[in-house]
Ligand binder design. Sequence first.
Ligand code: LLP
Length: 421
Amino acid sequence: MDHFLYKDGVLHAEDVAVSDIAAQVGTPFYVYSTATLTRHFKLFDEALTGMDHLVCFAMKSNSNLAVLRLMCELGAGVDVVSIGEYLKAKAAGFPGERIVFSGVGKTREEMRIALEGGIRQFNVESEPELEALNEVAVSLGMKAPIALRVNPDVDAKTHAKIATGKSENKFGIPIASCREVYRRAGEMPGIEVIGIDVHIGSQLTQLEPFELAFTKIAELTDTLRADGHEIRRLDLGGGLGIPYERSNTAPPLPVEYGHLVRRTLGHLDCEIEIEPGRLISGNAGILVSSVIYLKHGEGRDFLILDAAMNDLVRPSMYDAYHDIIPVVEPVVGAEQGPMDIVGPVCETGDTFAKARNMPGLGEGDLVAFRSAGAYGAVMASEYNSRPLIPEVLVKGDQFAVIRKRPSFDEMINRDTIPAWL
Ligand code: LLP
């Protein structure tokens, strides 16, 4: 469920008409709903009630400072994957003890900053990383709290580019060899072993792969405890998918995921940590764009928008489907016939949808891409020298620009020309 609905014939974000935001901010722009973000965080939080737990928002899905502040105020933790994300989380108000640091390539410098600034745990993904973290912690006279990210060799049954839990993926330590790595970690003076971490992929639409992975983690917890390790926290990663296509069967709900966690891991008396990104922010955001032209091609029509692949790369990168709807509610029978919906960037890959039926749209009309709150703005670039687009946050009947559109001068003046040219 989200808070983008037609009211009086116009798409609203909560109680604000999307057309009013467009008039003030100009298109294209992203808009997020406070109510949807809050609701989705709470669904996870409530799904884990009865278990000691922390929902750590995967900020890679949406790292706007205002969104992070909202999550922080709701009591969330945060999952970061770079020191940039760590510093952003800190700037948004997260205390170190609510920040989890994941990622395969943490540098020594990143480790030092996080240790000095405070950290809940590092999710360590390899032996060389473990050695490096131990060295950095020892040099600071500290102990780094860690979970080892285990690769359970489970097929997440999702898009290949976002599956992470198979043995051929770059992520984690193979489950078969992790006992030995835990043994080494247990002997390191700068390391404090506190748990196990697993994340098998993103946009999972079935619970079965989670079940396979969590069952393996339960067995591993027993084994490691028998080996003498104090395993007290299990980080289960993120990955629960969202319904992008309304006609498809909807993925499982957080409450069902919560039941699964309880059933597979509840008996271990561990603190449960999860790192959802998409399910919290995905359906909490839309991308609003204007039609520039309706172009009649040979045997094909093109709806050319002012948003492009640099603003929302998911369709060209993963062939991802996004619902695209008119901001003014269409009248029944206004179907225009199939058309390709494209952006102005000079690549054929700059295509949002092929042969999509759209209702009577023409120049200047507004459209909204649904489910664009996750992996939308964060993956944007300035390709074709198109400045990053604004982000807006709505709460009830108020809205605020939470990232302004840079001027062309700001974009141009970031570069410098050497004196010798
Ligand atoms: N934890 C870790 C260690 C991750 O790598 C990820 C996502 C998450 C949590 C959050 O997963 P989520 O709950 O959002 O599925 N750009 C792609 C998605 C990449 C996901 C990367 N890792 C997309 O647009 O579909």
